[in-house]
Design a protein around this ligand. Structure first.
Ligand code: R5P
Length: 300
């Protein structure tokens, strides 16, 4: 695609390369470094004047400095004369803090959206963002907002690698029903249902499985994020208590913080799969095709 330059931030280069390849567009470069005092230095090395620019950066582990990098870069792109600027944020940080759950809390996603809004960019593409309490993200972020899904790509991977006899799709909580539904569709119309989750703290959850029929069945457990791994560990325990057989776990954003990965390896899962919105040892599926399909509609 001519007159389009794709650029990757320090957490988005791997996807920028694939997106540029699939779009058939120029892949530009950005220099990003930290000054000794921790300030961020950014220099756009590509000529973006008069061009349409797709900038990719995932606001994943250690999101605060990535947010600064992303906002400064987007602002610089406009300032350097880019004709249109599109932000691809495969993992949008702070999306889970979308309400004042306790008195006095900052509603962080609103503050982050306000910063994006000030940039007046032309579009934002993200993947399976928590939009449970946000009804109009385009208004909130001040740019045409595309919330894509990586679950279809995960489903294609599961379908082509496993025979799914006697299988059912499960989400760990009510909010995961949307992902369980998509996964079940991709797997040829399997049945799906959800467990019940109560969050005790950032690290601790309690899972209940009332009325879930998994006895003697193979299970595909699907969620948007694996962070500490607590949700998956407790869900797998609950499913096994109910007599589930083999379990495949699939998630879009494998944050895998702290000891999450070794904890999950101990579960004896049939497979553990994530996408490359966040690079991790389980990023076996790329969301690049889904992002490019959506970008093409805008850039065509
Ligand atoms: C929560 O609402 C999300 O959908 C995930 O279930 C959650 O972020 C997973 O976190 P953890 O792996 O720390 O249990």
């Amino acid at each position: 695609m001519k007159d389009v330059v794709v650029l990757g931030g320090s957490s988005g280069e791997h996807l920028a390369v694939r997106i540029a390849e699939l779009l058939g567009s120029e892949l530009g470069e950005i220099e990003v470094k930290q000054f000794p005092d921790g300030e961020t230095y950014i220099r756009i090395l590509a000529d973006v004047s008069g061009k349409r620019v797709v900038y990719v950066n995932s606001l994943q582990r250690g999101p605060n400095s990535l947010i600064v990098e992303t906002l400064y870069t987007l602002d610089a792109l406009k300032d350097l004369g880019a004709r249109e600027v599109y932000a691809v944020i495969p993992y949008m940080a702070y999306a889970r803090q979308d309400e004042r759950f306790n008195p006095g809390e900052a509603v962080s996603i609103f503050s982050l959206a306000k910063l994006f809004r000030a940039l007046s960019i032309d579009g934002i593409y993200t993947v399976d963002m928590h939009l449970h309490r946000i009804t109009d993200p385009t208004k909130l972020f001040g740019a045409k907002f595309h919330n894509l899904t990586g679950v279809r790509e995960l489903g294609k991977y599961v379908k082509s690698n496993y025979s799914l006899d006697n299988a059912v799709v499960i989400g760990p909580d009510e909010e995961a029903e949307q992902w369980a539904k998509i996964m079940a569709e991709e797997l040829g119309g399997l049945e799906y249902s959800v467990l019940e989750k109560k969050r005790i703290s950032a690290e601790e959850v309690v899972i209940e499985a009332r009325g879930i029929g998994v006895s003697g069945k193979n299970v595909v457990l699907v969620d948007d994020i694996i962070s500490t791994g607590g949700t998956v560990v407790e869900s797998v325990k609950a499913l096994r208590k109910l007599g589930a057989r083999e379990i495949i776990v699939a998630c879009v954003h494998p944050l895998l913080v702290g000891r999450a990965y070794p904890r999950l390896l101990r579960l004896g899962l049939k497979d553990l799969i994530g996408t490359d919105t966040v690079l991790s040892p389980i990023s076996k599926v790329s969301v690049a095709p889904a992002i490019v399909e959506a970008l093409r509609k805008t850039l065509a």
